[in-house]
Design a protein around this ligand. Structure first.
Ligand code: HEC
Length: 200
């Protein structure tokens, strides 16, 4: 997927030369730079001085990589009022969102808990358990039968660099992908969770 710089009328800006990059054929190979040779439409192959627009590659390599991702296919594109761009990928039944700002990086987690969390405090009080079952367990199935698979020091209760647990981060701080993914907690539900977090 490429983008062009545009003029006041929204048309790609033209210049004498434009380049494109070709992906390496072997893994670990180098990208190579090539001059675009515009044909300027059928029958104009000999027109040497056609102007061209320089594109910038925004997303490349939609091909499948075994064990990492299937092939993608961008088939639809629309822009939201805040400038972000939504792309429909029909092969993966996914909607991708490109937005302005700093790029997403998975959270850095420190393995040293800043506060002492004892095995006992990992067992949530019954109102927390009820809340997790009601608001989270239809997506995070482990919460029904083996909540300790998620509520442990390597997973949801692991501290992040900001000294929040991953769970606090996703429920209270995360602006990009807040939890629950299907609607906010009520203030009462938030305070049930906050009270529990304060004790661990
Ligand atoms: C509608 C489905 C849905 C609901 C409801 C939901 N989640 Fe999630 N949750 C997801 C999905 C999908 C992911 C993985 C993708 C992501 O990280 O955004 C996720 C990821 C997370 C993560 C990060 C896990 C990790 O290993 O990085 C945490 C923590 C989390 N959810 C907590 C919660 C809590 C707490 C609730 C309830 C208050 C909740 N979620 C409700 C779908 C849901």
């Amino acid at each position: 997927m490429v983008a062009y710089e545009v003029d006041g009328a929204g048309r790609p800006k033209l210049q004498d030369r434009a380049y494109f990059w070709r992906a390496p054929e072997q893994s670990g190979g180098e990208y190579t730079k090539h001059l675009m040779m515009p044909k300027a439409g059928l029958g104009n192959e000999n027109k040497m001085h056609a102007l061209v627009a320089q594109h910038e590659e925004i997303i490349s390599q939609w091909h499948a990589v075994p064990g990492v991702r299937p092939e993608g296919a961008p088939v639809g594109l629309t822009q939201a009022a805040d400038g972000s761009v939504f792309i429909v990928d029909d092969r993966n039944a996914a909607i991708l969102r490109l937005s302005v700002g700093t790029s997403y990086t998975s959270q850095q987690l420190s393995h040293v808990p800043a506060r002492d969390i004892s095995a006992k405090s990992l067992l949530p009080p019954s109102e927390v358990t009820a809340l997790l079952k009601r608001r989270c367990a239809h997506c995070h199935n482990e919460l029904h039968k083996q909540p300790e698979q998620l509520l442990n020091l390597d997973r949801w209760l692991q501290k992040s660099v900001e000294a929040n647990t991953l769970m606090e981060q996703r429920v209270f701080k995360d602006k990009v992908r807040p939890m629950p993914a299907d609607g906010q907690l009520t203030p009462a539900e938030k305070s049930i969770l906050q009270n529990w977090f304060n004790t661990i």
